[in-house]
Design a protein around this ligand. Structure first.
Ligand code: ATP
Length: 471
């Protein structure tokens, strides 16, 4: 992790928030490369949801919502609270689930502080919602909360989206946005922070009861195709989305041996969930969740109907039945997946990859990011800096490519050093302008992973690079 954190800072991916003031605990800023990569992750997810699947539309709801939303969702009651113990001497707080098994006594309490060995308080609930005030007066009437998850914005807009888009069940609504949780134990770099981004999709489908009716009608011959996806059961959708989401990480290059799905045990299910599973990644600090897939039943729309007094049910034209849709949710973190993509792409090569010189080389770092996610796609390099005609040509090429790709122009240091630098930031293609280029109007395109070079005519560059980046 130290190496990842150092690379992230050195190369402009992630900085500590408010660093000149000594930093602000568990908050991070994404630098020039970080913001490009983060946008690429979000774009890849958005395209996956809205282009690679049918019947999913997007939404961008406000962070601030009526506090009633959080009453209905169960976040203001015990449902969204961590159980904590506090050390009576060092006053550090610990999540009971995190220190489970570390010397519990027969009454089930943890007798000693894992940090200083001090006595611990009885476990108590601590709410994770971040309170804020809207308007000029800071009284109870002005209290609301920074949203703790993006999905509530989807539920409260269910009817608006359904009516305006004339959708038919099953369909999905997806959203990317900031969420805030007053986490007790933030840490592990950007793994657990108090401000983070989520990518969530809520899939509205028929309750199993309706499907059972449909299956019966089908067996009587009144419906033709029993296996149509409209008639899939909740369990089938749950399995489908687990697989789809797992495959998304694989498609973007995560190594299969570092990913797994872990089904939730009954006692760890969230207050809203009927079933749940986590996609976990093998971080340097152990297997941890990066995305949750939950079968939320009708908890959300039923509760919002009850608290708002609005009927949030759906009328099924086919079966003539009215029902509250059930929900399968996929809920991933942008920041957590950012960390996963960074860690999984990181490679160290002892002695370097080039075998052409005899000089002892230090460890080379190679960031094998998927081309879709790489923050900079193309680097343009004149072979040497002290030949004005090469520099001029390289700048011309840079200008041609800039409107099409995120490019970097680099002339500082030897060509070998520059290759090392761009390998370290995961740039898929390096273009070198050499003396041949001046005669032939071409240049070499170096592939980051194979280091193979091929000459390409400058007039064909945009087309060739587009093809290479898409494959
Ligand atoms: P954890 O058990 O790690 O606290 P959770 O089960 O509470 O996570 P969910 O409520 O299911 O998480 O949120 C869905 C996703 O949002 C998580 O899989 C994660 O990627 C992201 N996420 C949740 N909390 C944080 C956080 N504090 N910092 C960064 N990402 C987060």
């Amino acid at each position: 992790m130290k190496k990842i954190i150092s690379l992230a800072k050195r190369r402009g991916f992630i900085f500590q928030s408010s660093e000149i003031y000594g930093g602000f605990s568990s908050c991070y800023d994404f630098g020039p490369l970080g913001v490009e990569m983060k946008n690429n992750i979000k774009r890849a997810w958005w395209d996956e949801m809205t282009k690679n699947h049918d019947n999913i539309v997007g939404l961008d709801a406000a962070i601030l919502m009526s506090p009633k939303v959080w009453e209905a969702s169960g976040h203001l009651t015990a449902g969204f609270a961590d159980t904590l113990v506090e050390c009576k001497s060092c006053h550090k707080r610990f999540r009971v689930d995190e220190i489970e098994g570390q010397g519990r006594d027969r009454r089930g309490t943890v007798p000693k502080c894992p940090e200083c060995g001090g006595e611990l308080t009885e476990p108590r609930k601590f709410n994770l919602m971040m309170k804020t005030f809207v308007g000029p007066v800071e009284d109870e009437a002005a209290v609301t909360y920074l949203r703790a998850e993006t999905c509530q914005g989807i539920y409260v807009n269910f009817q608006n989206v359904l009516n305006s888009m004339r959708l038919k069940i099953p369909f999905g609504i997806c959203q990317i946005g900031k969420s805030f949780r007053n986490e007790i134990t933030p840490g592990d770099f950007i793994y657990r922070t108090r401000e983070f981004e989520q990518m969530e999709m809520q899939w509205f489908c028929k309750p199993s009861r309706i499907n059972t009716n449909l299956a019966r009608s089908a067996s009587r011959g009144s419906l033709t195709n029993k296996s149509r996806i409209e008639n899939w059961t909740l369990d089938e959708w749950f399995d489908y989305w687990k697989e789809e989401r797992f495959n998304w990480y694989l498609k973007l290059g995560i190594k299969k041996e570092n990913l797994r799905i872990r089904e939730h045990k009954k006692e760890e299910l969230s207050h809203y969930a009927v079933a749940g599973a986590d996609i976990e990644y093998k971080f340097p600090f152990g297997w941890r969740e990066i995305e949750g897939i939950h079968n939320r039943g009708d908890w959300d729309l039923k509760n919002h109907s009850k608290f708002s007094g609005q009927d949030l049910s759906y009328f099924d034209e086919e079966t003539k039945e009215k029902y509250i849709p059930y929900i399968i949710e996929t809920s991933g973190g942008v920041d957590r997946s950012f960390l996963v993509f960074l860690i999984d792409a990181y490679e160290e090569i002892k002695g370097g990859r080039t075998k052409t010189t005899k000089a002892t080389k230090e460890i080379e770092i190679l960031l094998k990011l998927d081309k879709k996610l790489a923050p900079i796609k193309v680097a343009v390099l004149p072979l040497v800096r002290n030949k004005p005609e090469l520099v001029k040509k390289a700048k011309e090429v840079y200008k041609i490519l800039k409107p099409y790709f995120v490019c970097q122009y680099d002339e500082l240091g030897s060509i070998g050093r520059r290759y090392r630098r761009i390998d370290e930031t995961g740039v898929p293609f390096a273009l070198t302008i050499d003396f041949e280029s001046l005669k032939q109007e071409d240049l070499t395109v170096r592939d980051r992973d194979t280091m193979k070079q091929a000459r390409v005519k400058i007039k064909d560059l945009v087309k060739v690079l587009k093809e290479k980046l898409e494959n």
